[in-house]
Design a protein around this ligand. Sequence first.
Ligand code: RIB
Length: 303
Amino acid sequence: MSKIVIIGSISMDLVMETDRIAEAGETVFGKQFSMVPGGKGANQAVAIGRLSSKDDHIEMLGAVGQDQFGPSLLDNLNQNQVISENVGTIPYSTGVAQITLYDDDNRIIYCPGANGEVDASHFDSEWDIIKSADLVVLQNEISHSSNLAIAQFCHQNGVKVLYNPAPSRDTDVDMLDFVDVFTPNEHEIKELFPNQEIEDVIKHYPNKLLVTLGTKGSIFFDGKEIQKVPAIKAEVVDTTGAGDTFNGAFGYALSKGMSFKDAVAFGTLASHLSVQGFGAQGGMPYLKEMKESGYYEETWAVE
Ligand code: RIB
C-alpha cells in the first residue's frame, strides 16, 4: 500500500489548436477549442491515481474556486482514484491555463486563481494527512512559501518529497535541502544552475537530482556513474502533461520500492503513452495499458 499526497494546482485547461500564432494586434482563426482538466498538481495526482490499486491511498490537497469549473475538476479527481475531500472550495475563480497547440508543441499562460490562495500557514488537519504519507509530491503552481513550509515539515517528519520545479522560479534551490527527489527539465536546470553543465550539477546530488530532457530521455547520477534513460519514440498527439505524467508515474514507482533507475524507466513509459492522447490527462495510462505495451518490464512487478 502506498499513501501519496499531491499538493498543488487544480486548473481547467482552455486549449486552442491553431496553424498560426497571432502577432500583436492580429486576429487569426483557430482550428479547434476544448476545455479539459489540468493543472500540474492535479495532472500528477491523476497520473498516480490511474496507476494505483485499491489498496493505495492517493490524495490531493489544494483549492478550487466557487465557479462552474470547481465541481467538475473535483469530480474528475474522484473518477481517477484521487481523494479530493480535503481540497478547499474558496471564493475565487478556479485556476485556468490558456494553452495554444501549435507546431506539435504547447504554449501555456497560467492564471492561478484559487491555486494562488493555497497557503500552508493556514493548514490544520492537512498536516496530519501529510505526516502520514509515504510520499508528498510538489510542483510550482502554488506559492514558494507554501512549498517550502511543506518540504521542511516533511523533512522534519521523515516524509519523502518529490519536487518537480515547474515552472521554474529563482527560489527553487531553497527547496533542495528538504526534498528527496528534484526533477527539473532541461530549461529549468539551466535557469537554476546558470553557466553549469548538467552533468556537473547532477554529480552533486546522487539519486536525487533527475533532469528530464524531453525526446532525449532523462539523466541522473547514481553515485558511481551518470545514468541516461532514453525516451521511447511516439506518434505525438499532444505533449501537454507529459512531464506531469512522468513525475506522477516516477513517484508512484519509487513509492512501490522500485530502484531509482527502474522508476525512471517506468515514468518514461508512462509519458511515452501519455503524449499519444489529447489533453494533459487524456493519454495518461492506467496500469493495464502500461502492462500491455511492449515496453513494460516484468521485473517491475507493480500490482
Ligand atoms: O504541465 C501541464 C499543465 O501545466 C497544464 O495542464 C496546465 O494546467 C499548465 O499549468
